[in-house]
Design a protein around this ligand. Structure first.
Ligand code: DMJ
Length: 673
């Protein structure tokens, strides 16, 4: 474990070079004569006295030094340039929370040509953050080690990786260099510009088998052990009373069905893998092999089944290398495709996976914006793995369409979109909570997944964050917490869903990937707020929705809770953001906050006979009113992010290699072609 104090106390390591001088070389031994002519003569004499071999060695050393000098100049040059640029960028931003300085409306500069005015914008470079104190052991092509040795690598792919033809490479090089710039962040898609979809030719291998490294497993710590214990307790309830069903009802010792597809089991597969729960994983795998059948006359929600089932199967395939999960992923992916058969190609919300028919909800022909724009990571990855373009084409089309739509407010999107017209509906209401949240998350994450080449995604993301700063940020009283409110037809509401707490993590991820430094500052402020949404409540657990006080009133905290909003569904967003914040800053307070939250989950939501339950009243510690339901995301997300938060091993799902979908299923970042 890292200790900043210990590091500061330990003396710096010193290296010594010993030089032996002959007596006449010692100053004073032969008298001091420092004339230029004497020094030149003496050097030449020395040189002549050397043997031929000695002279060759010295000349060779000089040549080697010169080569090293040239190499190190070029590699030091870039970071130096970006550091200089970063400080320029910093000068342009507000020293506090830049978003609160709303006086200057931000305008997205028109795309610049690479050769014009480039000097005006700092180059995009990974933000320099204090190095976190994590253990890094050796190279890590494989970020995560299988939790046991006899791992079954059942992959049946014998296909080779795509080999880029020289002609294509040449073509790319000659392409016009378009530069996307956003107040200082400049993206030069120099080798890019071709949409990834057109490059899909052959299936890819799972990331787990691409490069086995020799990394030793990092021992788990006490807090991680506590997460494992919590997981086992939850799993016991599921196994005893809900095995193979969607969700556990831990109090009534029964289950509820949503799609009838073993939702909790599938959502939890990769968590078990990451936590190293071999037996549990094997048992669950057997259920998938023997019982998971998608040929069922059942309506499923496209978004929910994509992020939980398709996402869960894909990530488990990557981690385990077991082709069973890819086969199942292909099956469900194909069965979800009818959703895209709409006049506008904006998908319907529901699909009957047995009949191959899709439809919107009964009362409307609208879909939710977050739902149609947060299925992309999964479908794109399915195309990459299968070599079948149709999945990616369908979801990319939705993004391209949404990119061009009117009705946005400085990058902020309405909550509904019509599947016939393809237009936004219910205009004028903007939130980062329910129905819009993961639209923003997936803009950034798709850009990262695709190797940071798809400029429209980045452009939309950057514009949206500026929109958040301009329209939705406010400060509460008395603690001056920065929060993200909502805008309804020009009226600001100080309401914030717990769902919005994904945002600090996403902002931090963007900053880690080279976006503006003020995103990180905003992330720091917002995660503090999300933590306060727990800390200021009687049970230490956040309600579903809070309202912030904009005016100081005696005896009032920052956070107000309405009776209808005081439930807690065991949601992950705050823990998720704590995980990102700890990974990128190494600040242990984030782990401590997560630890508090875990203890409060144990105190108020744990059911003695197995499982955890959502509660109705976070304000009543003596009776939090259990709701009798354990959501699948408690195992899929909340406990997984807890475990990762408490880990000091940055290779345990390395964030430069994996991107998490919105249900915490890690998918590989595509390597550059
Ligand atoms: C999850 O299904 C996903 O995180 C989704 O993006 C939002 N809702 C739940 C968790 O709260």
């Amino acid at each position: 474990m890292y200790s900043a104090a210990a590091a500061a106390a330990s003396p710096p390591r010193r290296d010594f070079i010993s030089v032996t001088l002959s007596p006449e070389e010692v100053v004073g031994a032969s008298g001091y004569n420092n004339s230029k002519a004497w020094r030149r003569r003496s050097c030449w004499r020395k040189w002549k006295q050397l043997s031929r071999l000695q002279r060759s060695v010295i000349l060779f050393l000089f040549a080697a030094l010169a080569v090293c000098g040239v190499i190190s100049y070029t590699s030091v040059g870039e970071p130096w340039k970006s550091l200089t640029n970063k400080s320029l960028d910093d000068q342009r931003t507000d020293p506090e929370i830049p978003g609160l300085k709303l006086a200057n409306p931000v305008v997205l500069p028109a795309p610049q040509k690479a050769d014009s005015k480039l000097g005006e914008y700092p180059e995009l470079s990974p933000q320099k953050l204090p190095k976190p104190p994590h253990v890094r052991r050796g190279p890590s092509n494989l970020q995560i080690k299988p939790p046991w040795k006899d791992v079954r690598l059942k992959t049946q792919h014998d296909t080779s990786r795509i080999v880029k033809e020289p002609v294509q490479a040449d073509k790319e090089e000659k392409m016009e260099k378009t530069v996307i710039s956003w107040r200082g962040a400049v993206i030069e898609p120099d080798q890019s510009t071709e949409p990834p979809s057109s490059k899909i030719k052959e299936p890819e291998k799972p990331s787990s088998v691409e490069g086995e490294d020799q990394k030793e497993p990092v021992p788990i710590n006490e807090r991680q052990r506590a997460v494992i214990e919590a997981f086992r307790h939850a799993w016991k309830g599921y196994k005893d009373f809900a095995w193979g069903h969607d969700e556990l009802k831990p109090l009534s010792k029964s289950y509820s069905e949503w799609f009838g597809l073993g939702l909790t089991l599938i959502d939890a597969l990769d968590t078990m893998w990451i936590l190293g729960l071999k037996e549990e994983f094997e048992e669950a795998r057997k259920w998938v092999a023997d019982n998971l059948v998608f040929d069922k006359n059942v309506d499923v929600n496209l978004f929910e089944s994509t992020i939980r089932i398709l996402g869960g199967l894909l990530s488990t395939y990557h981690l385990s290398g077991d082709s069973l999960f890819l086969e199942k992923a292909k099956d469900i992916g194909n069965r979800l495709m009818p959703a895209f058969k709409t006049p506008s190609k904006v998908p319907y919300s529901d699909v009957n996976i047995g009949r191959g028919t899709a439809h919107p909800p009964r009362w409307t022909s609208d879909s939710t914006v977050a739902e149609v724009t947060s299925i992309q990571l999964e479908f794109r990855e399915l195309s990459r793995l299968t070599g079948d373009e149709k999945f990616q084409k369908a979801v990319d089309e939705v993004m391209k369409h949404v990119h061009t739509l009117s009705g946005k407010n400085d990058g902020l999107v309405p909550m509904f979109i019509n599947t016939n017209s393809g237009q936004f509906t219910h205009l004028g209401v903007y939130t980062l909570g329910a129905r819009a949240d993961s639209y923003y998350e997936y803009l950034l994450k798709q850009w990262i997944q695709g190797g940071k080449k798809e400029n429209e995604l980045l452009e939309d993301y950057m514009r949206a964050i500026e929109g958040v700063k301009k329209h939705l940020l406010q400060r509460s009283q008395p603690k001056k917490l920065t929060f993200v409110g909502e805008l309804a037809h020009g009226h600001f509401s100080a309401k914030m869903d717990h769902l919005v707490c994904f945002l600090p993590g996403t902002l931090a991820l963007g900053a880690h990937n080279g976006l503006m430094a003020d995103h990180m500052k905003l992330a720091e402020a917002l995660i503090e707020t999300c933590y306060q949404m727990y800390a200021q409540v009687e049970t230490g657990l956040s309600p579903e929705i809070v309202h912030f006080n904009l005016h100081a009133q005696k005896g009032h905290k920052d956070v107000e809770i309405k009776p209808a909003d005081r439930h807690n569904l065991l949601r992950p967003e705050t823990v998720e953001s704590l995980f990102y914040m700890y990974r990128f800053t190494g600040d242990k307070k984030y782990q401590d906050w997560g630890w508090e939250i875990l203890q409060n989950f144990n105190k108020y939501t744990r059911v003695p006979t197995g499982g955890y339950t959502s509660i109705n009243n976070v304000q009543n510690p003596s009776n939090p009113e259990p709701r009798d339901k354990m959501e699948s995301f408690f195992l899929g997300e909340t406990l997984k992010y807890m475990f990762l938060l408490f880990s000091d091993d940055i290779d345990l799902i390395n964030l430069d290699k994996y991107v998490f979908n919105t249900e915490a299923h890690p998918l590989p970042i595509w390597a550059p072609a």
